[in-house]
Design a protein around this ligand. Structure first.
Ligand code: DLL
Length: 432
C-alpha cells in the first residue's frame, strides 16, 4: 500500500496540475518582475515585458538563468525579498570562483521541508521511523533538507551529518535507525564498514534515500544488498531549494518532480530549444512559489529525460530518469562523449564496487583514459597472471560500452580514498 504526504496534490490529474502551475507561474512572474531587478533587466535585454507573459505557455519567451548569472550577481544574486524577511542561506560547493548563495524566507523553508517529507513518505517512512541524516549539515543543503522533511513528518530525526563512521554505526545500531539519508557513495562505504564489522544482523534499516550525485542501477543493487534495504533516489540543487525537487517512489524507475512547486523543461543544450517529452537533454527548472530566491528557467546542466508515463504508485507528477551526469561532467575523450556513470555501470556489472578513479590525460596530442579500480576482497589476488586476465576482461567490457580504449589498473582493496559526501572520481590532467 502506497502512502502519500500530500495525496491530493501528488495524485492530481495532469490537467489540474497544469492549471495550478499556470496560476502560480503568473504570480511568480509578477513577483520577479516587480521585486527582482536582476531578472527584470535580463527580460528587458531579451525584449520581453511582463505583458508578454499571459500563461505558462509563454515561458519559452523568457531568457534562461545560468550559474554564471548567479555567480556574477554575488552575493545577492536574484534576491527578491528584503534581507530582513530572509531567515537562512545555503550555498553551493563551488570548486572555482564565487559560490552561489541561495536565500530562504520561512515560507521557502516550509515548502522545501514539505518536498522532503513527500520524499520520505514515498520511500515508506512515517512518524514511527527513526531517520538517520548522514548528509553534511552546514552550507550544503543535504543535511538541512532531509532534517526538515523528517521533522515535518514527525519522525525521530538523528542529525548526524556526514563522516565519523564509528559513531554513525553506533547510533544506527543503538537507536535502531530505520531510514538512512546520505550520498550513495557514503552509503556504499557504510555498507562496506558494516560487512567488515559483521554487524549487519544488528541493523533495523529498511530504506535509504540517496542523492546529491549520479549513481547507477548497479550501485543501487549493491547498496540494497549490502544494507538489506530498498534504496531510493532523491534529486535537487541548491539554486532550486535543495534535495526534494524530485523523489523516487516504490516503483524505483525515476523521480517524481514536485510539480506544484517546480516547472521542468528539457532543452537542447546547444540551441536552447525545448525538446518534446521523452527526449534526452538539459533539465531546466522554474520555481513557482518561491519568495526570496525565485529562479526562472534555470539551466541545471543535468542531462536527463522526462516522462509522464503512468506510475504504479498512483502519483501523477512527471518523472525524471536518473540523471546520466552533468553536461559539465561529461568527458570528451578522443572525441567521444563519456559519462563517468557509464564506466561505473560496467565496473559494477563485472562484479567490482564503485571504488574507482578516472585519470584523463593528453599524451602526444592524443587523449588517454586510465581507470584505477579496486579489487574487491573476494576478487583480491597477488597472482600477476590472474590480475592481467581480469584487467583484460575489463578493458574489453569498457571498449564495448564506450567504443574507446581505456587502460585498466586493478589496485588493492581500500587503496582509493572513500568519500563521506559527494565523491570526486575524475582527474582530468588535460586542463592543467
Ligand atoms: O546536491 C542537493 C541534494 C542534497 C540532492 C542531498 C539530493 C540529496 P548541490 O550541491 O547544489 O545540491 O548539487 C546539485 O548535484 O545539479 C546534480 O548535478 C547533482 N545531483 C543532485 N542529486 C542528484 C541525483 C545537492 N539524485 C547537483 N542524481 C545537481 C544525480 C544529482 N545527480
Amino acid at each position: 500500500m502506497e502512502n502519500y504526504f500530500s495525496k491530493e496534490i501528488e495524485t492530481m490529474p495532469a490537467e489540474q496540475i497544469r492549471a495550478l502551475q499556470n496560476e502560480k507561474f503568473l504570480k511568480q512572474m509578477q513577483h520577479v518582475w516587480n521585486d527582482c531587478p536582476d531578472y527584470r533587466k535580463k527580460m528587458e535585454e531579451a525584449g520581453v515585458s511582463i505583458n508578454d507573459i499571459k500563461s505558462i505557455d509563454d515561458i519559452c519567451k523568457l531568457p534562461f538563468i545560468t550559474k554564471d548569472d548567479l555567480r556574477d550577481a554575488y552575493p545577492y544574486a536574484m534576491l527578491a525579498k528584503p534581507l530582513s524577511e530572509c531567515v537562512r542561506i545555503h550555498s553551493t560547493s563551488g570548486t572555482t570562483g564565487k559560490r552561489v548563495i541561495a536565500y530562504y524566507t520561512q515560507h521557502d523553508i516550509d515548502l522545501w521541508d514539505e518536498c522532503c517529507a513527500r520524499a520520505l513518505v514515498a520511500a515508506g517512512a512515517s512518524k514511527d521511523d527513526v531517520v538517520q541524516v548522514a548528509y553534511g549539515f552546514g552550507l550544503f543543503t543535504g543535511g538541512a533538507g532531509l532534517n526538515g522533511g523528517s521533522h515535518k513528518l514527525g519522525s525521530l530525526t538523528l542529525p548526524m551529518s556526514s563522516g565519523n563512521t564509528d559513531r554513525q554505526l553506533q547510533f544506527m545500531i543503538d537507536l535502531g535507525a530505520t531510514v538512512l539519508c546520505c550520498t550513495p557513495s557514503y552509503a556504499a562505504y557504510l555498507a562496506e564498514s558494516i560487512k567488515e564489522r559483521g554487524v549487519r544482523d544488528q541493523l533495523k534499516l529498511k530504506a535509504g534515500i540517496f542523492g546529491a550525485e549520479a549513481w547507477s542501477e548497479e550501485m543501487r543493487r549493491d547498496i540494497e544488498a549490502g544494507l538489506g534495504i530498498k534504496a531510493y533516489d532523491i534529486y535537487g540543487l541548491t539554486e532550486i531549494s535543495g534535495p526534494g525537487v524530485s523523489y523516487e517512489c516504490s516503483e524505483q524507475t525515476g523521480m517524481h518532480i514536485n510539480e506544484d512547486h517546480f516547472y521542468a523543461e528539457i532543452i537542447d543544450p546547444d540551441t536552447g530549444e525545448v525538446l518534446p517529452e521523452g527526449e534526452q537533454g538539459e533539465l531546466v527548472f522554474t520555481s513557482l512559489d518561491k519568495e526570496a530566491f525565485p529562479v526562472i528557467r534555470y539551466r541545471t546542466k543535468d542531462i536527463c529525460v522526462l516522462t509522464r508515463k503512468e506510475c504504479s504508485c498512483g502519483r501523477t507528477f512527471i518523472k525524471m530518469v536518473k540523471p546520466r551526469g552533468r553536461s559539465d561532467d561529461m568527458l570528451i575523450i578522443k572525441g567521444v562523449n563519456v559519462f563517468p556513470s557509464q564506466i561505473e555501470a560496467v565496473l559494477l556489472e563485472q562484479g567490482y564496487q564503485a571504488n574507482y578513479q578516472l585519470i584523463v590525460d593528453r599524451v602526444n596530442n592524443s587523449d588517454t583514459l586510465d581507470v584505477n579500480v579496486e579489487m574487491t576482497p573476494e576478487k583480491f589476488t597477488d597472482n600477476l597472471g590472474e590480475i592481467a586476465d581480469m584487467e583484460k576482461k575489463l578493458v574489453g567490457a569498457l571498449k564495448a560500452m564506450l567504443g574507446i580504449f581505456a587502460k585498466v589498473h586493478l589496485v588493492a582493496p581500500k587503496s582509493i580514498t572513500r568519500s563521506e559526501g559527494k565523491a570526486v572520481r575524475v582527474i582530468d590532467k588535460r586542463k592543467i
